[in-house]
Design a protein around this ligand. Structure first.
Ligand SMILES: CN1c2c(nc(N)[nH]c2=O)NC[C@@H]1CNc1ccc(C(=O)N[C@@H](CCC(=O)N[C@@H](CCC(=O)N[C@@H](CCC(=O)O)C(=O)O)C(=O)O)C(=O)O)cc1
Ligand code: HCS
Ligand code: ZN
Length: 797
């Protein structure tokens, strides 16, 4: 039995819910505030309204209003930033934004995310193996932690005033520190990122003892406002870090002993600690032993924990993440119920009925769109296979009903699930013989190009490039006019001819601008692409795209992940005409621009009925045809972007080798059709690449452009150490910030790069595409980039 003094967790809950608004209301409200088109109060009112509607929707769907089953997990930008701000972990360069109590207002909060003037924002990086990005807290040996913000309590009170008892959610202490970056002690208020490195043996986890009192303060404050439960997310426990596992587990034990055992109820809420994004069996008994009231496990990425582990969980409630928070397929409810029953048997009979076992999503639902019902243009059969956030809430409830009252009590939901599953399996587009035969006939030779030296010589002859060639990563600013034209085209208000003409005009403008700037390898600017993955999905068979299926990628930026539901094939060339047109306007080389197979998979919702490796090979073959067609159209430089290569790297090291083999193999399959004289580029960004350096080399691209500006070329010595000896273009212009880098700054970065990369292999380019920037930033930045390169070239010659 569970501890009778604990409040019961409900039989069904979710770990989190999307927050951008079903029609991206939060994005619009925040961006309007940033642009000065609305006041802070307007933004606060819009956000409160969104939270109110979210609670009402979840209650409508069947979650209870009074038992903490509804998470209170709103964020204006990012949940890790929220945690840092709550704990007072604001880097010294932003301390001028703090008020006398050490609190940050909302404009100050946004400044940490976006930077201001010479003060760069917090770094942004991937949230586990998802397409969500969080802001990396900076922790120094001196960071002062305390409860510095009351937004968590305020959100609870806001709901309580409406009669809804929510469950506040915050990142737990061990994950918070593991996700943070070690920095040197900064001089408060000096405006600079600490130039010196942190002490060599310092890691943020060293600060555990210091951060715990701030969490204790938060727990007390939550108890004070009447919160019965709090959710402390500890997803980092599912990941291998550079820290020995014993150290991580010792930190878990210490943290939760302080929070659970030494801080007793009712001075704190009951603690629910989910470990999402993968299994972490070794952490569960430690959490339970420390006295947390509930632990959450990921039953989708993980399996039912062993009997030995379950027997060590004592009185802790087990919250089973049985519904996938990361894909959009209806759940096999019978399969999920079986796993839950196995789990219950391992715990004790009746555990679900007496509150010892609850059903939940495997992760927050922030990674999926709101509602399949909002899609009006999807094929109805495909729609019937899908579950977005709202449908997943219903699935959680159906499983909880079946588990506590028997399957018959949820008979209709189970019958529908089985029926939709059958319809999916039987659809002719799901397995196409011609696609499968082509994959089956592949050999290693299809993935191999001529040796690099031979290719480099052939390319030098045809391309005639100066030393340190300058280029950009592909996209130019997606202006309001471009997006409007596409929206009008989508609504049928602009004809296909007029739309094409508008995009061609934009391409011509971008080509002229690049010529005027003096760039060496030009791009067409990608105006015709709504998104670098969705665009390809719209042109490939086996994919569907949504109208309203927005998912937050970072801050106010969203994507509509495509749905890869069947076997993939290309029925016609996709990019060739745009590239051919751009090339016709200039004597310089124009890079063809494709998104690679791994990135297309990573940023889509992929089918779950076959290994990713098989799906990747199908996408790679479709791209291979596109590479061949670009080459045949006279495009001599082709870039295949793989920014998500690192993202899909499994969280556990034991699965790395298999992943890297198929992912690298897919890229090579897509590109190895190119003749030696065709220069293949790839581009990587948004990640730390240390763990995949070997794979970057194995991609065998002739030129690799890679994000490097913010980290000041950190990746180059790693590449050098790994023996990487092909072209490399480290980013010298941080496109994530509105700042225009000066010519001197860029020259300094180019010179820094030249210390690690031989000049004949070095390219100069921005960190990533320019689509999120405006021309007022891009033009001067590129002008500085070209001028700086010319200076460094002169020095080198
Ligand atoms: C490189 N990145 C990408 C990731 N994932 C992707 N799938 N794509 C990526 O590019 N992951 C890692 C990073 C994440 N970075 C970003 C960067 C930028 C964005 C972004 O800008 N998203 C846009 C939406 C882009 C888009 O789909 N645009 C469409 C629709 C535009 C639109 O909103 N239209 C309006 C009407 C327009 C009008 O009338 O003015 C509407 O529908 O209401 C298009 O261009 O057609 C964003 O707005 O957030 C995302 C990830
Ligand atoms: N070619 C793309 C890559 C982004 S990662 C762009 O320039 O936007
Ligand atoms: Zn990029």
């Amino acid at each position: 039995m569970t501890d009778p003094t604990s409040p019961q967790l409900p039989a069904a809950t979710i770990l989190g819910y999307p927050r951008i608004g079903p029609r991206r209301e939060l994005k619009r409200a925040v961006e309007s505030f940033w642009a000065g088109r609305s006041e802070l109060d307007d933004l606060l009112i819009a956000a409160a309204e969104l939270r109110r509607r979210q609670r009402a929707r979840l209650i409508d769907l069947g979650l209870a209003a009074d038992d903490a089953s509804i998470p209170s997990d709103f964020s204006f930008y990012d949940q890790v930033l929220d945690t840092a701000v709550t704990l007072g972990a604001v880097p010294p360069r932003f301390s001028h934004l703090l008020d006398d109590d050490g609190a940050l207002d909302l404009p100050g909060y946004f400044t940490l995310a976006r930077g201001a003037g010479e003060r760069p924002p917090l770094e942004m990086t991937k949230w586990f193996d998802t397409n969500y990005h969080y802001l990396v807290p900076e922790i120094s040996p001196r960071t002062r932690f305390r409860l510095a913000d009351d937004r968590v309590q305020q959100c609870f009170l806001e709901a309580a005033a409406e009669g809804v008892t929510t469950r506040p959610v915050i990142v737990g202490p061990v994950t918070f520190l593991l996700l943070s970056k070690a920095v040197a002690e900064g001089d408060p208020g000096d405006g600079a990122v600490p130039a010196t490195a942190p002490p060599e043996d310092f890691t943020p986890l060293d600060r555990l003892e210091d951060v715990l009192p701030a969490y204790v303060e938060l727990l007390h404050a939550l108890a004070h406002v009447g919160a019965p439960w709090v959710q402390l997310d500890e997803p980092a426990l599912a990941v291998d870090w550079g820290v020995p596992r014993e150290r991580v587990l010792a930190a878990v034990e210490r943290a939760y002993t302080v929070l659970a055992a030494e801080t007793t109820r009712p001075e704190r809420p009951a603690l629910f600690v989910p470990v999402a994004y993968g299994p972490a069996e070794d952490a569960l008994p430690i959490l339970a032993g420390a006295g947390v009231e509930a632990v959450g496990i990921d039953l989708v990425r993980g399996t039912v924990p062993s009997g030995e582990v379950l027997s060590q969980l004592g009185d802790a409630v087990v919250v089973a993440g049985a519904i996938d928070g990361r894909n959009v397929w209806r759940t096999d409810l019978d399969g999920a119920l079986e796993r839950l029953q196995e789990l219950e048997a391992g715990l004790r009979p009746g555990a679900a009925r007496d509150g010892g076992l609850c059903v939940a999503t495997s992760t927050s639902l922030q990674h999926v769109p709101y509602d399949v019902g909002a899609e009006t243009t999807l094929d109805p059969q495909l729609s019937s296979w899908l579950a977005f956030a709202d449908q997943k809430v219903e699935e959680v409830l159906a499983l909880a009903t079946a588990l506590t009252q028997g399957r018959d009590a949820a008979q209709e939901a189970f019958a529908t699930a089985a029926d939709r599953r059958r319809s999916r399996l039987e659809h002719p587009g799901v397995r196409r013989a011609e696609v499968r035969d082509r994959v089956a006939a592949l050999t290693e030779a299809d993935r191999r190009r001529a040796p690099f030296a031979e290719r480099a010589a052939a390319q030098a002859e045809v391309l005639d490039l100066p030393p340190l060639p300058t280029t950009t990563i592909g996209s130019f600013p997606q202006t309001v006019e471009i997006r409007r034209a596409r929206a009008a085209y989508g609504r049928g208000e602009l004809s296909a001819e007029a739309y094409t003409a508008a995009m061609r005009e934009e391409i011509a403008r971008v080509v002229r601008l690049q010529e005027e700037l003096g760039l060496d390898v030009l791009v067409h600017g990608e105006p015709e692409r709504n998104d670098m993955v969705q665009y390809f999905a719209e042109h490939l068979e086996g994919f569907a795209v949504t109208q309203n299926g927005w998912v937050q990628s970072y801050g106010t930026r969203c994507t509509r992940p495509s749905i890869l539901w069947g076997d993939v094939a290309r029925s016609a060339p996709i990019t060739v005409e745009w590239s051919r047109y751009a090339a016709s306007l200039t004597d310089k080389s124009v890079k063809g621009m494709l998104t690679g197979p791994v990135t297309i998979l990573a940023w889509s919702f992929v089918r779950d009925d076959q290994p990713l490796a098989d799906t990747a090979a199908q996408v790679a073959l479709a791209l291979r045809d596109e590479v061949a067609d670009l080459e045949a159209a006279g495009i001599g430089v082709i870039q295949v972007d793989e920014p998500a290569l690192r993202e899909l790297l499994p969280l556990r090291a034991e699965h790395h080798a298999a992943y890297l083999e198929w992912s690298v193999g897919a890229f090579r399959l897509a590109t190895a059709v190119a003749a030696p004289a065709t220069q293949v580029h790839t581009h990587l960004c948004y990640s730390e690449f240390g763990e995949v350096i070997g794979a970057i080399d194995a991609l065998d691209a002739d030129v690799t452009s890679i994000e490097a500006a913010r980290s000041r070329m950190e990746v180059l010595p790693e590449l050098q150490a790994a023996g990487f000896a092909r072209g490399v273009g480290p980013g010298v212009y941080d496109i994530h910030s509105p700042r225009v880098p000066s010519e001197e700054e860029v020259a300094e970065l180019v010179a820094l790069a030249a210390e690690s990369v031989p000049p004949q292999l070095l390219w100069v380019n921005p960190d990533c595409g320019l689509k999120t920037r405006g021309y007022d930033e891009v033009e001067p930045s590129l002008r500085h980039l070209v001028a700086a390169t010319q200076k460094v070239r002169a020095r080198l010659s």
